[in-house]
Design a protein around this ligand. Structure first.
Ligand code: FAD
Length: 450
């Protein structure tokens, strides 16, 4: 019998990296639990479909899920099927890794108008997440994306790149049809601060640079003050800034492209306007004070847009029965050990990934993050023996009425998606509905009508 049993709640990269580190460094048995019958978190449901090389990280994550001491327990939701008492009773330690995909609101007038949504809704839609609610109207010629990070770039790129290069990807067919019929030609990215403050990575900007048929426009006036990022580093010409300058100097050629992404710096949205739906967005020009803070100049303008997608930050949802750091939107912790309001470690509770450190960093960052958490688990559990076994967990889950889709179930879903993809010359055709995911995962193929 393995020395200890550990639960990992969340099968995104952070959770799976933690499981991998545990089985590499100890003889623990690890259950990786996820509310969705499919593993991999935002690698499956966040990374854009036109970034297949990034999605290929699932190959190494898959090896961990196939380890003899790791089990995948999909379709089991913390807070619905199981709670902290269940995990505390059955496992020697629990590592929470449920991510942070709850969008922060813009908090401006008109945000509730039809046509104003979060970028994460849009991402969930184009990635076939089973929670994705409804489609998107792409029937106006211009859209605005609020935010200065890579998610804003992903969304702007997907809205403008045309469907040709997306046909072979795992993007759902219904989304492909909507993109094919889209009338959107201009996407405005609105950044509150200066060019050197934006969180875009150079790699993502270069993706835009290399995109055929899409121009990128930057107003040279927006680059006069690069922002405190440049002032702090004393560097006025980072690779990003070089790219912005090159685009600003090439306006005529960029403007002549069939679709265009306009990156506006020092632009804060103050209201979304329209009658029955979004018709425009009102923006105030911002500027930096001598103290380095920013404030509105009182200079306003309006952009005609029929769609507004906000991407101004993500936070985790509080998990029932666990503490929550309201200010940072994370599970409070010290180097991965979950702590109470006095800063004391709550025995057997740990956290990793975006739930631990907020929505920062790339997929690989979660590996280091998970290693830190697992080091704490190993130190705390040294010399302990298992308080329960997998049979008791299974019995408990059945008693609670949980309908577990295990790794075999996920492989059935995976095989179906790959086969359906092959039929239509695509990487994979994702199953996007809860009922069908569960039916295929449970082996009830007849229920899918196939
Ligand atoms: C739109 C977008 C695009 C991105 N693109 C890239 C990219 O191109 N390259 C890159 O390096 N990084 C990218 N990232 C960042 C990367 O996805 C994150 O670093 C990483 O996914 C965070 O891992 P995580 O495991 O903490 O969270 P997640 O990946 O969000 O995983 C959390 C898991 O927990 C599960 N879960 C949630 N709640 C519960 C519950 N109550 N019970 C059970 N399970 C639950 C979820 O279903 C999910 O599987 C992107 C992020 C976003 C938002």
């Amino acid at each position: 019998m393995p020395s200890v049993n550990v639960a990992v709640v969340g099968s995104g990269p952070a959770g799976i990296y933690a499981a991998g580190e545990l089985v590499r460094k100890t003889d623990a048995a690890v259950d990786v639990i996820d509310r969705i019958p499919a593993p991999y978190g935002l690698v499956r449901y966040g990374v854009a479909p036109d970034h297949p090389r990034i999605k290929a990280v699932v190959k190494s994550l898959q090896r961990t899920l196939e380890h003899e001491r790791v089990r995948f327990l999909g379709n089991v939701e913390f807070g619905r099927d199981i709670d902290r008492a269940f995990l505390d009773a059955h496992y020697d330690a629990t590592i929470y890794a449920t991510g942070a995909l709850h969008s922060k609101p813009l908090g401006i007038e008109g945000e509730q108008l039809p046509g104003s949504r979060s970028a994460s809704d849009f991402v969930s839609w184009y990635n076939g997440h089973p929670d994705a609610a409804g489609g998107f109207d792409l029937d106006s010629s211009a859209a605005a994306v609020v935010g200065a990070g890579n998610v804003a770039l992903d969304v702007a790129r997907l809205l403008t790149r045309g469907v040709g290069s997306l046909c072979a990807t795992d993007i759902p067919s219904s989304v492909l049809e909507a993109f094919a019929a889209s009338r959107v030609r201009d996407v405005h990215i609105l950044c509150r601060r200066g060019a050197a403050d934006a969180k875009f990575t150079t790699k993502e900007l270069l993706d835009l640079h290399d995109l055929r048929g899409v121009g990128v426009l930057v107003d040279p006036g927006d680059l006069q003050d690069l922002g405190s990022g440049a002032a702090d580093s004393g560097e006025a010409a980072s690779p990003n800034v070089e790219l912005f300058r090159a685009w600003a100097a090439d306006a005529a050629a960029q403007q002549s492209e069939p679709s265009r992404i306009h990156i506006h710096f020092w632009a804060r949205p103050v209201a979304i306007q329209g009658g029955d739906r979004v018709e425009s967005i009102r923006i105030e020009r911002m500027e930096r004070t001598d103290e380095g803070t920013i404030h509105g100049t009182g200079e306003f303008r309006t952009l005609g847009v029929g769609l507004v997608l906000s991407s101004v930050g993500y936070r985790s949802n509080p998990l029932p029965g666990l503490p929550y750091d309201l200010a940072r939107g994370v599970l409070p912790n010290v180097a991965g050990r979950v702590v109470d309001e006095d800063g004391n470690h709550i025995p057997s509770l740990y956290v990793t990934g975006w739930l631990k450190r907020g929505p920062q960093g790339v997929i690989g960052t979660n590996k280091t993050c998970a290693a830190e958490t697992v080091a704490a688990v190993i130190e705390d559990l040294a010399g302990r023996s298992a308080r329960s076994g997998t049979a008791a967990v299974d019995h408990g889950l059945t008693a609670l009425g949980a309908e577990v889709i295990d790794y075999g179930g996920w492989r059935r879903i995976d095989a179906q998606e790959l086969a359906r993809g092959q039929e239509s010359g695509r990487d994979r055709a994702k199953i996007c509905e809860w009922a069908e995911l569960r039916a295929v995962g449970a082996g009830h193929l007849a229920e899918t009508g196939r």
